[in-house]
Design a protein around this ligand. Sequence first.
Ligand SMILES: [Mg+2]
Length: 309
Amino acid sequence: MLTKFRGLSHREALIFKGTKRWAEFSPFIEYSDQEASNWLAAAVSFANQDLPKLHRDTVGVNATLPAVGPDQVEAVLSKFGEFSTVKIKVAEVEQTLINDIARVLKVTSSYPDVRIRLDANGNFSPEKALELLAQIPLDRLDYFEQPCASINELVELRTTIKHLGLKVLIAADESIRKASDPIEVAQRQAADIVMLKVQPLGGIERSLEIARQTGLRTVVSSALETSIGLSQGAYLAAALPELDFDCGLGTLSLMESDITLEPLKPVAGRITPREIEPDAALLQKYQASPERTKWWLERLERCFDLLEA
Ligand SMILES: [Mg+2]
């Protein structure tokens, strides 16, 4: 990673080729086998199944701003090239509300034409989230992603937002890890939008089914994948019948490199879904140590057993 993101300074991924194409299995290290097996279901389906019917040729993507100081904002965002939406990380460890506000205001003043969205990864209380919302230009805000951790808190925050007459949409991200979660979020009216991440939700078909079942608006986001994992997310985004927002699929710009010579990077703020071929020299360059390789292969076997069970 170019900047620490989600507490990570590097990313590990297992990639493999199925009968149809290359696929990526890259659950975060701390995830349980049970959870990781959904990621494997996604990878196996992408490797071996036909691509979905697409509703659009290209997908708009947002830039992503980690919890950096206001003085670093332009340097980090310049890596994204053209963009019309910036997702701003807030509420990270060691960051005060004052830092968060300064970061948001730096973006809105330096980029007067871009839309913003906030992502707190569940780290705010409803009160803190409201404090932040009170101090930023809400007419620039697409939505606030996972302001609080629990569904109860999200419901509480949405109720207060309505009482105050604010126009703020709430998106659920971490609240959605398994396939049944989006339905609960929708039923309890805890969010207006659900983030779809293709690996944790178990693949393109399952994600499309979840979008149908919730009836909520959707945004597709990456899980900090290589171009191979990102391409699966891009096919999902292009296959959704409706898509109103830029997607979080521009995350390669947060990384130092990739394992293909033709990375799935946005052109003029949009990406075009396509299949990705890894490059042998880059694979060799970024090959994991024997210990990490062994760990991943053992994890793969355990998760595969769970798939079959
Ligand atoms: Mg998020």
